[in-house]
Write a protein that binds this ligand. Sequence first.
Ligand code: BG6
Length: 469
Amino acid sequence: MKFANDFLFGAATASYQIEGAWNEDGKGVTNWDEFSKIPGKTFENTNGDVAVDHYHRYKEDIALMAEMGLESYRFSISWARIYPEGTGKINQQGIDFYNNIIDECLKYGIVPFITLYHWDLPLTLEKAGGWLNKTTAQAFVQYASTCFKAFGDRVKHFITFNETVVFCGHGYLEGAHPPGIQNDPKKYFQATHNVFYAHALAVLAYKELNLFGEIGLSNVFAPAFAIDEQQDNIFAANHANQYQLNWYYDPVLLGRYPEYVIERLEQQGYLPDWTLEELAIIKKAAPFNDFMGLNYYQPVRVEKLTGPVQSVELTRENATGRPGKPSFDHVYRSVMMDDKRYTKWGWEISPDGFVDGLDMLKQQYGQIKLYITENGLGDEDPIIDGDVRDTPRIEYISEHLSAVKQAIQHGVHIKGYFAWSAIDLLSWLNGYKKQYGFIYVDHNDNLARKKKDSFHWYHGIIQSRGQDL
Ligand code: BG6
């Protein structure tokens, strides 16, 4: 089977992870500009001040993407370039920068796929309460509408938010992302609700403009599976899916929150403060949400917790994907299993979990339109005689694209695949050690770009529309 001609083969990045130029051309300061400079927060105290300098090298980077045959490029807009203070005065130089990126993509026939929020919040808004403050949702809609009007003539795909579970979870439970708060479920659930509300408002605002494009949201897709057939563990997996999956998919796709979670949050006193009007907006927007973006890296293997819970020290590794932590409510924990494969950072490699998860999603939500908006391998790529031999990445993407093929054959409605990432970039907490790109960036040689083996391989896959996978 070949992938259909309207299936988009793409790759993705995010503003903070590639742009640099953190204080140039009128850009405001963001939460990440501040947070990453707190000693010990990131691996080797790396930050995005320069990142891979895409701000100045975007022409070279997009030319390479075109050479690779990329059909679509998913990138994010830094809110603080458009509104340095989050709201108020627009910074025209920010608009110009993204117009240049879009036009450069279109010059090569690359479809621009825009994420409006990939975690870099203008610092002024963070200081005013960030996602706990409902005015942030209003500010988001203003910012989003400005982007729709400025770019919507040429950009036909908008993602409102990237991975709400990550920036809210890391922000208010693990304390690993700004605002760095630990173990505060009340705040965590409040922040998620404010984000869903902001998403809904943005969807409605977009549709009012009649720009004839599509809008959706990108969620983490980490389906939970029980480690065995025991009833307790099956219960734990269902519980995990309710909290980690349905809580994030239901409001966007169905316009309501899952009853199972609501009941428990009510008992525990963690129910967000929401108004009937906000719930009505979430309901109203759901039918207008055009697609769901899935960021799949790994499934979760879960085991029911029994007896007293051993507290696990939070490290950068288990805060960012390595299994081992108990859930916030101490109902289950994620585990590593002897018969599974893992990356160097302890992330499970499971194309089968991908197919099973996609089948489960179809069962629950029907044939919704999906894009795989992230999938890829974080690795330390070997350099042999000057060439970047990233064979494990080729294997990883090949296996996962085959999984996408299988899911399509099962009737799952997937319209595109975006590898993470187009080019090596700054990992939020893992610095430059963990690489994901098709294009290598040499930090010892003025950030020179170099094509990896996977660059040529992906080119071939796109050319043949994945026929040989
Ligand atoms: C996703 C994010 O969660 O995972 C990306 O959307 C991120 O921004 C990617 O880079 C990989 O995460 P990490 O921790 O390996 O850099």
